[in-house]
Design a protein around this ligand. Sequence first.
Ligand code: B12
Length: 471
Amino acid sequence: MRVLLVHPPQPLGRAQRELENVMPPLNLLYLAASLKKAGHEVRILDLYAEPSPPVEELAAMTAFKPELAGFATYPGSIDEVYRLVKALKHALPKTFVVLGGLYASYLPEIALGQCPADAALLGEGELALPELAARLAAGETPAGLPGYCLRDGAGFTRGASRPPLADISALPWPAYELINFDAYRLPPTRAVTGGRVSSVLSARGCNFSCSFCSHHYGYACAIRVRAPEDVVAEMRHVAETYGVREFRFEDCAFTADPARARRICALLEERLPGIAWNCDARADTASEELFAAMRAAGCRRVFLGVETGSQKMLGALGANKAIRLDQVRAAVALAKKHGMRVNCSFVLGLPGETRETARESLDFALELDPDYAMFAVLMPVVGSSIFNQAVREGKIDPVTYRGGHYLASYAGAGRVVTMCGLPAEELVALMREFNKKFCARPAYLLRRLLAARSAGELRSLAWGAAHIFSR
Ligand code: B12
């Protein structure tokens, strides 16, 4: 059957978009590969990478006359999904519409209550979506399919839950042939080669349970890994077939198992020399051997979720975050030593935050002096334990809440949900002050300017500066 998979547009301003990664949608590419393997004809419409006016969006969705249409859902762009589903159902009422991804997985009844979609899938879709397509192709109802929440008269029925995929190495590679690689980019401040980019996933899930994150939650997901050989073979295929020069590992923490990360690095050095990549790393996994291996294999930037400069606050983030500030210091120093740029992100407003702990974060960022530090105000994300706490405390109405995107707090205190004793206005003021203080140091500014690799990077720096300094 004809299946259309849609990635929604992101409601971002120009400066915000300049700062975002625009990478191939691995979720839809994995789903497409499984659907194609089952014999279906699949198209991907990535409106995040290639936004277009509403009339053209509709034309692009209907031209293929999809019998099944799937929409990825994200907390900050759920209104765009509702709008697109309404338009598609109006134009093609017989098309079966299914929602998927984290928002629909956590809040399926709410998502189905706000738009005329027929079903929401809870969790991973590589097995579930071909099962749905097979039922529909056979003219059967999807009733009783595990993993789905289905519209059922005036209400909704949730089927039995479906466990996370046990063996992700058995999945076909993402259907990269369905996208236009020229539509994707890393912001010039992050890109190294200026060439084509792609995302890659060497593992799924996360073994840690940080209170502000949602990834471990509904998926009950312990980390599941792919064979290093298979990961590198896929990257080589993408590099050779599509001319990709630079990758981003989208794993929650690429370095979670240092021995495995080193094996991937060894294979990359041997089989894909000259490639550039970046990844998220956990500070407590950093070591001389690992960071040396990463740099030798082409890693040019690591992202560390430092979150806070207060050891007390760090300890309260979740049973497993368990990172110490001295480990963060060591990780930043090691990244610098091995010539990898390092990004540190901080959250302001976690439960227990005070003016003093917030200042500790600024002081810590200044002490670490990474290539880039970003302070954002906590935006409880759907599916996290902090989000659930905010709902219980009556601070969030899950039907109307649209928070999630860290940049949303830049628009003002209106969208901030306070989970600590500090008022929203003060958190926003602290965020702006800290970002300015970090960036406005003359030595830092000079370093960033001298390190700029391209005119595009200079332009991107100007956008970032406008974003931080203009308010
Ligand atoms: C890439 C990415 C993005 C990209 C996505 C677009 C792109 N292509 O570049 C962008 C930059 C837009 C993004 C933005 C944000 N992200 Co993000 N992102 C990721 C990341 C790193 C990888 C996603 C991915 O490809 N996973 C691999 C695929 C295979 O897994 P999956 O996405 O879960 O997809 C499976 C199922 O969910 C399901 N499925 C997914 N889509 C669909 C669609 C249909 C139709 C069906 C049936 C099934 C289905 O099937 C898929 C295959 O099994 C994840 C972390 C991670 N490692 O997963 C965070 C992650 C999803 N993001 C997260 C967050 C917090 C955000 C932001 C809120 C960040 C912020 N604070 O601003 C924003 C939200 C944007 C918004 N509009 O609201 C959180 C969770 C968010 C949540 N609860 O929804 C995660 C888990 C990171 C984290 N640990 O905190 N993100």
